[in-house]
Design a protein around this ligand. Sequence first.
Ligand SMILES: CCCCCCCCCCCCCCCCCCC/C=C/C(=O)SCCNC(=O)CCNC(=O)[C@H](O)C(C)(C)COP(=O)(O)OP(=O)(O)OC[C@H]1O[C@@H](n2cnc3c(N)ncnc32)[C@H](O)[C@@H]1OP(=O)(O)O
Ligand SMILES: Cc1cc2nc3c(=O)[nH]c(=O)nc-3n(C[C@H](O)[C@H](O)[C@H](O)COP(=O)(O)OP(=O)(O)OC[C@H]3O[C@@H](n4cnc5c(N)ncnc54)[C@H](O)[C@@H]3O)c2cc1C
Length: 664
Amino acid sequence: MEGVDHLADERNKAEFDVEEMKIVWAGSRHAFQVSNRISRLVANDPIFEKSKRAVMSRKELFKNTLKKSAHAWKMINELRLSDEESIRFRSFMDQPGFVDLHWGMFVPAIKGQGTEEQQQKWLPLANNMQIIGCYAQTELGHGSHVQGLETTATFDPQTDQFIIHSPTQTSSKWWPGGLGKVSTHAVVYARLITNGKDHGVHGFIVQLRSLDDHSPLPGITVGDIGMKFGNGAYNSMDNGFLKFDHFRIPRDQMLMRLSKVTREGKYVASDVPRQLVYGTMVFVRQSIVSNASNALSRAVCIATRYSAVRRQFASQNGGTETQVIDYKTQQNRLFPLLASAYAFRFVGEWLKWLYTDVTQRLEASDFATLPEAHACTAGLKSMTTSATADGIEECRKLCGGHGYLWCSGLPELFAVYVPACTYEGDNVVLQLQVARFLMKTVSQLGSGKAPAGTTEYMGRAQHLLKCRSSVKKAEDWLNPGMVLEAFEARALRMAVSCANNLSKFENQEQGFSELLADLVEAAIAHCQLIVVSKFIAKIEGEIKGKGVKNQLKNLCYIYALHLLHKHLGDFLSTDSVTPEQASLASHQLRSLYSQLRPNAVALVDAFNYTDHYLGSVLGRYDGNVYPKLFEEALKDPLNDSVVPDGYHEYIRPLIKQHIRSARL
Ligand SMILES: CCCCCCCCCCCCCCCCCCC/C=C/C(=O)SCCNC(=O)CCNC(=O)[C@H](O)C(C)(C)COP(=O)(O)OP(=O)(O)OC[C@H]1O[C@@H](n2cnc3c(N)ncnc32)[C@H](O)[C@@H]1OP(=O)(O)O
Ligand SMILES: Cc1cc2nc3c(=O)[nH]c(=O)nc-3n(C[C@H](O)[C@H](O)[C@H](O)COP(=O)(O)OP(=O)(O)OC[C@H]3O[C@@H](n4cnc5c(N)ncnc54)[C@H](O)[C@@H]3O)c2cc1C
């Protein structure tokens, strides 16, 4: 029934102040107000309608993205929206497009790697979108191995120019978003060569297309790399290829904040770590962690509301059928994902703080925390995106058959989200960076250099390598100290075990490659510890609103104990818990699920998502699922006619042939 809230009973059960939880979720009252206002602004504008994306051709979808982006830009300017509001605007617009790379990577690359002079020249043009840029790093032959890139930038002292060239087919740029059809400029990563010497990979600002008619400049071959996974989905983005044929740019278009080439062709490296050339990736990895909580919370919101609407099988005493959310199996699959969405939100907030802190330190030439910032951004990007991609797919299954329908919103969400496990660094490659960092930290234990930040716990190795968990009853698993100790012991023991095994190899690099799988596991254990510890820190802070803290505590322990259950092998094999303690954890987890159950719908309402943003018939706020599923079905182009196109060519002859042969 239209206008009826089919989830009203669920909402009435809530034991906490949902409005206050909305503020916790948003991060602050101000952030909530911005999100609330901007999400409704987007939802109420018909230009941002998105339900037809699955049936649009690639060209229609791309043009629709251009239209939406241009309209968004007009509104942003007319309404004089702040940066924060504009970022929210883009997020609620919910359509991947060239603007993401322009604002998300091109502009940050110039800010991070350009000199003051270069920033003054290029940023006003980029900020006004008089030029549109992308981030052209990956090539056909190399993505992960950045030092293996083949594009060259050779300095020509005669003309004071760099000659940008793609010497092989594998050196063609391949994948950059916004490159295929839109970008006028790119930050291109190429091997810098001066006087015949290769100085490794550096960034250059390169104009690709004419600002008059958009045609590629002579010496540039550029286009789109073709359709990607899923209908609609990430196909709104023009990921592109790019080949240079001895293309010339002025010397001052090398991004020279970190190192430079003089008029005479002398290469001058500054004393800052060369890894700062990877700074844009660190920035984006940090933002991807916050985005993981957005994507996962959307999927969880859909699956939770639908699980409360959906009923299957009568209870034993007859009567009404059971809401599927009441099955313990459903809770065991769904509630940890709900808890993960909150966990990733809070670790995302913390990572933003860490990123701001390291940026300020770098400006003051303090590079001490750079390795940790790299390890945290890489590891958390990897861990949260993998868990989110798996979580979205689990939510689809939690919605049964209807979850597979496009209008559930879940297939498209999955198709758009899943490349996050690959872009900005393949998730395994990134965990190996964390593992390297951990092995270095372990090797320095006892050297007098106390580990700090997220590896501080390793400084308590003497205790953590020996301790036995003191959990004796199920409620002990609600003790933050006991939970943390189990996670710290597991992470440290896995890292130390890897380090011990590594030390048995004469050649460290060979040992590292033999032990890759174990190293990844150790890195994941460390990252999970970070997420658990930041969630615990959150619930130990000040939290307003009736019952809000209590709900967050339940979510925090569900998050931690489900990880313990999922990775029980690690916890048992490292003796971090006993089988009896593990069984007490499972008991506690079941009890937490029961406590969470009446609050489940209210906990997803706290995300404050509009129906437009969710884009799901199953996740509608009012729970009016069945009539709307019919409405959606009837909108499908196949239902435009009763007898389908192709009947006369292909169905009728078959049937007629059958009738003829049956008569014979
Ligand atoms: C119209 C509306 C407008 C409104 C406006 C709205 C605004 C909208 C904003 C939108 C924002 C959206 C956000 C963006 C969306 C993103 C979309 C995705 C697009 C995807 C882009 C990409 O994928 S770009 C390409 C990414 N590529 C990679 O990630 C490559 C992965 N590989 C690497 O990073 C590295 O090569 C490595 C980490 C694998 C290292 O390899 P290697 O060992 O060979 O390294 P080195 O020898 O170079 O270095 C070794 C040494 O350095 C340390 N190190 C490595 N990386 C770093 C680092 N980043 N920082 C610090 N240190 C680093 C490494 O650990 C080693 O240290 P040792 O001590 O020597 O061990
Ligand atoms: C949707 C999308 C958007 C993108 N946008 C951009 C963009 O805007 N700009 C840009 O420059 N790039 C972009 N990329 C490229 C992206 O950054 C790379 O694809 C990514 O970094 C992975 O690199 P790769 O493709 O070389 O994977 P590969 O490294 O070839 O990975 C293949 C397999 O090998 C494994 N592997 C590789 N190295 C190791 C190792 N050392 N140890 C163990 N296993 C290993 C990986 O785990 C993986 O299983 C985009 C990619 C996608 C999918």
